[in-house]
Design a protein around this ligand. Structure first.
Ligand SMILES: [Zn+2]
Ligand SMILES: [Zn+2]
Length: 259
């Protein structure tokens, strides 16, 4: 199993997950042209994408989904609430939309997909844990708080793409209007660095080959703060933690058995 990021942050998110000949996108918050450009960087073409999974309807996750799906006849998977809010009915009419029960595991090609409902200010949001039978990759962003079910599902992953959206201090002192500060920092907003660290403290991370800090705010956080805080939960240096950045994303990371 391998994965990469086309980019992560409030201006666009898209993750690539690949195993056993199946290639999927998780969200697509970039325009079609931008997505094509970023896929090229990772040596992939849109024609190779077998499915697009959509976590929720916010623009930084769905901007390119409908146009890409239509142009290249790619099937899309999302909850019913997300499809409604993201206006994916056009795809449903074309037979290209698949409904996710966000409590029920399903399969796309070689990938088993476990949706995980998350507290976020969207209609019916979920995040995902992927498995190919050998490896488990957790993707968790756009979550305002941690539920017991999240702790259960993301425990024991081999790789974890985890939101470290903001530093509490920087958000509090920053330029955002109060209403936005409350939204971002609230129970249905985004994970801050300490929440990410606390989750890592709580769950089994003994198998982690990769930890990727993601959805990092460029106004209310820094890469150094996010890495430092998360590394407190690890037996590793902050520099060991990967970063999925807004402009560069993250190059391919491959899960493998070490001899
Ligand atoms: Zn987002
Ligand atoms: Zn969101």
């Amino acid at each position: 199993m391998q994965f990469a990021s086309l980019g992560s942050g409030s201006r666009g998110n898209c993750t690539l997950v690949e195993a056993g000949g199946t290639t999927i996108l998780v969200d697509c918050g970039f325009s079609m042209r931008e997505t094509e450009r970023r896929l090229q960087r990772l040596s992939r073409e849109i024609q190779e994408i077998d499915a697009i999974l959509v976590t929720h309807e916010h623009g930084d996750h769905v901007r390119g989904v409908a146009s890409l799906a239509k142009k290249y006849a790619i099937p899309v998977w999302s909850s019913r609430g997300t499809a409604k809010a993201a206006k994916l009915e056009g795809l449903a009419e074309l037979g290209q939309w698949n409904c996710i029960d966000i409590h029920q595991q399903f399969e796309i090609g070689a990938l088993q997909v476990q949706p995980v409902p998350v507290p976020h200010d969207a209609k019916e949001p979920c995040q995902f844990v992927f498995s190919d039978g050998d490896w488990r990759l957790g993707v968790l962003t756009d979550t305002g708080s941690i539920t017991p079910y999240i702790e259960e599902q993301y425990s024991g992953c081999d790789a974890f793409i985890l939101e470290a959206n903001h530093d509490e201090e920087m958000l509090a002192q920053g330029a955002y209007p109060n209403s936005l500060k409350q939204r971002v920092g609230g129970n249905f907003g985004h994970l801050n660095n300490s929440q990410a660290k606390n989750l890592l403290d709580t769950i089994d991370i003994s198998k982690l080959q990769y930890l990727v800090a993601s959805h990092i705010s460029d106004k209310n956080n820094t890469v150094a703060l996010a890495r430092d805080k998360m590394s407190e939960a690890l037996d590793a240096d902050a520099s060991w933690i990967d970063v999925a950045s807004q402009d560069e994303g993250l190059d391919w990371r491959v899960l493998m058995h070490h001899l």
